[in-house]
Write a protein that binds this ligand. Sequence first.
Ligand SMILES: Nc1ncnc2c1ncn2[C@@H]1O[C@H](COP(=O)(O)OP(=O)(O)OP(=O)(O)O)[C@@H](O)[C@H]1O
Ligand SMILES: [Mg+2]
Length: 275
Amino acid sequence: MSTDEKSGSYIEFKDVSKAFGDNRVLDHVSFSVMPGETVCILGRSGVGKSVSLMNIMGFLKPDSGRVIVAHEDITDYGEEDLERIRKKVTIVFQNGALFDSLTVGENVAFPLRERRQLSEEQIYQIVDGLLDMVGVKEMRDQLPSDLSTGMKRSVAIARALAAQPECVLYDEPTTMVDPLMAQLLGDLIKRLKIQLHLTSVVVTHDMRLAKKLADRVVFLHEARALFFGTHSEMERCDEPIVQEFLRLDEPGITASIEVNTTSDNGPADKDRPTS
Ligand SMILES: Nc1ncnc2c1ncn2[C@@H]1O[C@H](COP(=O)(O)OP(=O)(O)OP(=O)(O)O)[C@@H](O)[C@H]1O
Ligand SMILES: [Mg+2]
């Protein structure tokens, strides 16, 4: 049985556990994402947010539990089936993962050339439309190294959309960008959800972004999903760590937390040449 028609979830973690040696990262974590819904995964650094996304993409397998993606149980899937799923579900990595030696336009054209029989003229038009949609049309002939971190993220989002996915996973879309760019990226993700009816999973520790985007929030803490529900349900959650995160929504606090949290990754991510 590979479908998950019963619950109708587009993505579902059913009791997912994952450890690396003695490091128990996810311990019986369950949550679901309905079609068209945006779910934010919140939690402190190292809590397993990116590992959760890797399990959705099938790059990592759970030790136990089931992972449903695009209504299919992918837990035991091999590469061929996973490739099929990855045509529907795509990920925007924190560093953008753009090709250094290709221009912005060529980066976005890449999935179009790979997947479809399109003329050069058609590709040009689609790339133009996508770059316009994410607000970096004038950067078309630049190399990724010429762009700011925020612009690289916008280009990475355009490239992800070029594959016409049903679902986009975003890993920390607003980390390491200034507050204005963070707001623009948040607005962009929200607009795409509405215009393209995308199902989205957004990993973040940016409480303001979560408030703006999330239909529901998963809060990971000490390997468990401590909370799963709407923002207003989260406000009523009496877990102290959840309340602490909610207070980060206050202006002026998020910025300092971002600096602290991202420094755990070292400076390597900041404006690291994309690969
Ligand atoms: N491939 C791997 N092999 C071994 N350990 C790993 C691997 N991937 C992640 N981990 C470990 O799993 C834990 C969770 O990592 P993860 O990257 O999911 O954290 P995160 O919540 O995304 O943190 P951040 O906010 O810093 O990005 C960390 O302790 C990390 O060292
Ligand atoms: Mg991460």
